[in-house]
Write a protein that binds this ligand. Structure first.
Ligand SMILES: [Zn+2]
Ligand SMILES: [Zn+2]
Length: 591
């Protein structure tokens, strides 16, 4: 209270639980923001019946030639029915509007309209490591599979229409607001496939210049060019100043992709991939360059077998060009063993863990057994060694961005489907889980001295929760949301008792966006609008556009069909598939 001045706003928090702002140390916010307003999220939806109803609602309001897309964040085990939808069900809900549904890292469902839109047919070849499921006549069924290369999934998605520049600005703001809704105040962005620097950073640059960021972002640079990764990093180490930017938006080094040949696929429905022999020479070249330039780096690494080989390279480089305290990170590290943990510690590395097992734990247990799953990832062993550990999600394409799902996974030791992955001795206390997600994550952008605690001299990032995380029933952790989120001393999100402090609402663009009637994660007050239809939506004041969108689309769908079809035929994005897959590179992998 000695810091109080006449300019200070005093808010009575009414005994509610306050925690430091949540910091997701591995996510893909910048790419996710460009697409958020286009995506129907199934994150947290409790049943397949609900999920299909949401899909149907969105099909009705989506104008041609747009698609309806559900891009990760769900697992069939969260559904009461404990199964995925079938292609027949998806086609019945949407005979005419393209629908693309991504499931984890392993498959995507395309309805017939989406197959027509992307132009996949009998003659479409399959990229290496990808599979287009076909019927007896050789025609694609609509199911595409990573086998185990997920490139086919993301390359297919990339053929869908994109938002305009103006809409991407709006979409990114809504995505940040959605993060604020869960108390997130900082993230570290791990780049991502098809997320080119600097082209695809114009939106986030502009929002930063306009002072419209409501989440602090540190970003790592991800190479997009298989076999030319060294050239990318050589160029960036010359043109990008390390840590350029400020406390809201700053550069954070290289990764999570350093070389494509080192990408091990985290699809636990498939056997573990063995990395190619040329990986070592390619990785060494890039790591030498980064260490010589004192660039911190992070590296995607799922399996212990891959990690052993990466560490061989790091230790070799370290002998000639000492790491000498340079911060570096392994991302994921689900199956890392004790010996490799010691090696990480010896080289002063950190490990960023994510809630991927909350979504894929059932598959992992089935393939490798419950005992192996208990140590996946071995978070306690990391902490025992004083290895820096950061919390995160790897959202948006597999796990949900909701950090409370991750905190539930870490403290309750369960998947979103309720499978008990970890025994008591492997679970973390709620305090430790939260610490990983706040102070722990701050290490990963070199900000541990002034971020992640509520203390004098630290960044004024904090969040007030709608329930007491430390005391509520375990299952209720999944339902926690923020009531008040403060970034840099400014209120960026307020609801409930604090609603009168809320910053002005941001309009939603385009007016058929799924986020118009319901923001991303399922347990939302807005959900009733869907059940009650457009009258309730209109009452809400946001419903005018929605009502007209539904009217237009539902009212004239048969006639509309011609336009849909015409637009699609004139808009097949790729005509030469061999060249298309070739351009992306055979060993290519997108995250
Ligand atoms: Zn990764
Ligand atoms: Zn990632």
């Amino acid at each position: 209270m000695q810091l109080l001045s006449t300019n200070t706003t005093v808010i009575d928090l009414r005994q509610k639980r306050v925690v430091p702002g949540i910091n997701d140390s591995h996510t893909h916010l910048i790419r996710g923001g460009l697409n958020y307003n286009l995506e129907l999220r199934w994150d947290g939806v409790p049943s397949l019946a609900d999920a299909m109803r949401l899909l149907q609602e969105q099909v009705l309001r989506t104008p041609s030639p747009q698609w309806v897309r559900v891009v990760g964040g769900w697992s069939e085990y969260q559904f009461r029915e404990r199964r995925m939808p079938t292609l027949a069900e998806i086609n019945a809900v949407s005979p005419d509007t393209p629908v693309f549904i991504l499931h984890l890292y392993d498959r995507a469902f395309l309805n017939r309209a989406a197959l027509r839109a992307v132009g996949y047919n009998k003659n479409t070849p399959e990229p290496p490591g990808g599979q287009i499921e076909r019927n007896a006549e050789g025609e694609p069924t609509g199911m595409i599979l990573a086998a185990p290369n997920a490139m086919i999934l993301y390359a297919t998605l990339s053929k869908a229409p994109k938002l305009s520049y103006e809409y991407q600005l709006n979409s990114t703001r809504h995505y940040m607001r959605e993060m604020n809704r869960f108390g997130i105040t900082s993230v570290i962005d791990a780049g991502g496939g098809f997320q080119n620097y600097p082209e695809d950073y114009r939106i986030i640059d502009e929002l930063n210049k306009e002072k419209q960021l409501t989440v602090r972002i540190a970003y790592n640079l991800f190479t997009q060019h298989p076999k030319k990764e060294f050239e990318d990093f050589e160029n960036w180490t010359k043109t990008v100043k390390l840590h350029q930017g400020d406390d809201m938006y700053r550069h954070n080094g290289a990764g999570e992709m350093l070389v494509f040949s080192a990408a091990d696929f985290e699809d636990f429905l498939q056997p573990r991939p063995v990395l190619p022999e040329n990986m070592e020479s390619e990785l060494e070249k890039v790591v030498r360059l980064l260490v010589a330039n004192r660039w911190p780096f992070r590296m995607h690494a799922t399996y212990n077998e891959s990690i052993s080989r990466f560490l061989d390279i790091f230790e070799k480089v370290n002998k000639e060009i000492p790491f000498d305290g340079l911060p570096w990170i392994f991302d994921h590290a689900e199956t890392i063993d004790e010996r490799n943990l010691d090696r990480v510690k010896a080289l002063n590395g950190g490990i960023a863990i994510q809630s991927r097992m909350a979504f894929q734990g059932e598959y992992f247990s089935e393939r490798y057994g419950n005992l192996a799953a208990e140590q996946t990832p071995p978070v306690r062993k990391m902490l025992e060694r004083n290895i820096p550990v950061g919390g995160g999600t790897d959202a948006t394409r597999v796990a949900s961005y909701n950090p409370w799902i991750a905190l539930y996974w870490l403290s309750a030791g369960k998947t979103v489907g309720g499978l008990q992955l970890y025994p008591d001795q492997q679970k973390l206390s709620r305090e430790t889980a939260l610490e990983i997600y706040t102070r722990g994550s701050a290490w990963f952008s070199g900000e541990q001295q002034h971020k992640g605690s509520i203390k004098t001299g630290y960044m004024a990032d904090l969040t007030v929760l709608n329930a007491d995380y430390l005391k509520i029933r375990e299952d209720d952790i999944k339902n926690i949301e923020a009531e008040l989120t403060i970034v840099d001393g400014k209120i960026v999100y307020a609801t409930g008792d604090f609603a009168h402090h809320s910053p002005p609402a941001i309009p939603v663009l385009p007016d058929w966006s799924p986020t118009l009637i319901r923001s991303g994660y399922f347990p939302s007050g807005d959900i009733s609008l869907i059940n009650e239809g457009t009258a309730a939506a209109a009452e809400n004041g946001r419903g005018k556009n929605l009502a007209s969108a539904i009217h237009q689309c539902a009212g004239s769908c048969n006639i509309h069909g011609h336009h849909h079809q015409y637009a699609r035929l004139s808009n097949v994005p790729v005509s030469d598939f061999t060249a298309f897959w070739g351009v992306l590179g055979c060993s290519c992998f997108a995250f």
